[in-house]
Design a protein around this ligand. Structure first.
Ligand code: COA
Length: 241
C-alpha cells in the first residue's frame, strides 16, 4: 500500500477510441436510440457551429447574465432541454433546469440526471438514467500541475512519465475526478485528493479520516480535437447506484 491506496492505482484510466462520434450532436431519434441502448446521452457542442436548438427561456436569459460565459451557459441549457425533451417525449420549452444547493444542475420531476461543463468555445451536456457527471478539461503543460492537490501515488505516477506527456496525463486524471465529483453532486466541495481513479476507470471516494458512504463510479475518458482548436479531455462518470 502507498498513501492508503493500492500500488496498482494509476492516473491513466482507459480512453474512448472514437470520441468524435461518441459525442456528436444527435437528432431526436438518435438521442432516443442512445438513451435506450446506453441509459445516457452525451454531446459536445462547439459554439462556432451550433445545431438548431430550442430557444432560451426568459429565466435562462436572466440567469446567463451572472455567468462568466453567458453564451455557453445558454447553449448548455438549450441543448440539455432538447436532449431531455427527446427522450421524455416532451416539448423542450416545458422543461425547467434548476440547481441544487451545491450548484448541481437538476431537471425536477423528470427522473433524469443531468450534468454540464464548458470550456469556450466548447460545451458538454449529459443526460443519464442514474447520477452522472461530465467534464471538459484543457490540456495543461507539465509546469502547471498543482502537485499539492494530488495523492502521493498520483504524484509518483505522473513523475514517472516523460515530461512531454505529463501535463496531458494530469489533465486526464483531473477531468476524471471532476466528472466523478459532479456525479456525486458535490463538485470540488469534496477534496480532490479524496477522489481516487483506478486503472479501468473505477472511481472511489476515500476521505482522509476513514470510511465513505458515497457510491463508487465508472469514468470513461476521451481526447477530442475540435476543428481549429486545441485538443481537450472529456470525462464521463456514471455512479454505480
Ligand atoms: C462543479 C465544479 C467542479 C465545476 O468546475 P469548473 O471547471 O469550474 O466548470 P465546468 O465548466 O467543468 O462545470 C460547470 C458546471 O458545473 C455544474 N456544477 C456546479 N456545481 C456543481 C455540483 N455541485 N455538482 C455537479 N455539477 C455542478 C454547473 O451546472 C456548471 O454549468 P453551468 O455553468 O452551465 O451552470 C466547481 O465549480 C466546484 O467544485 N464548485 C463547488 C465548490 C465551490 O463552489 N468552490 C468555490 C471555489 S473554492
Amino acid at each position: 500500500m502507498i498513501d492508503g491506496m493500492t500500488a496498482s492505482e494509476s492516473p491513466l484510466p482507459d480512453e474512448d477510441d472514437n470520441p468524435a462520434s461518441a459525442f456528436a450532436w444527435p437528432d431526436s431519434a438518435a438521442a432516443r436510440r442512445q438513451w435506450l441502448a446506453h441509459g445516457h446521452v452525451a454531446a459536445i457542442l462547439d459554439r462556432r457551429a451550433l445545431p438548431v436548438l430550442p430557444p432560451a427561456l426568459p429565466e435562462e436569459q436572466r440567469d446567463a447574465c451572472s455567468s462568466a460565459d453567458p453564451a455557453g451557459f445558454l447553449c448548455r441549457r438549450q441543448a440539455l432541454r432538447a436532449l431531455a425533451g427527446a427522450v421524455l417525449g416532451r416539448p423542450p420549452e416545458s422543461l425547467r433546469i434548476t440547481r441544487s444547493e451545491s450548484g448541481a444542475p437538476l431537471l425536477p420531476g423528470s427522473g433524469i440526471s443531468v450534468s454540464l461543463s464548458g470550456r469556450p468555445p466548447l460545451s458538454a451536456v449529459l443526460i443519464a438514467d442514474k447520477p452522472a457527471g461530465i467534464d471538459i478539461e484543457a490540456i495543461i503543460g507539465a509546469d502547471g500541475i498543482p502537485w499539492n492537490m494530488l495523492r502521493a501515488v498520483e504524484r509518483q505516477g505522473l513523475e514517472a512519465l516523460p515530461e512531454t506527456v505529463r501535463g496531458e496525463a494530469f489533465s486526464r486524471l483531473w477531468s476524471a475526478k471532476e466528472a466523478y465529483a459532479k456525479a456525486l453532486g458535490q463538485g470540488f466541495r469534496l477534496p480532490p485528493e479524496s477522489l481516487v481513479i483506478e486503472p479501468g476507470g473505477k472511481a472511489r471516494f476515500c476521505p482522509a479520516g476513514g470510511m465513505s458512504d458515497l457510491p463508487d463510479g465508472t469514468v470513461r475518458l476521451a481526447r477530442l480535437e475540435p476543428g481549429q482548436g486545441k485538443a481537450v479531455i472529456i470525462a464521463l462518470a456514471l455512479l454505480s447506484t
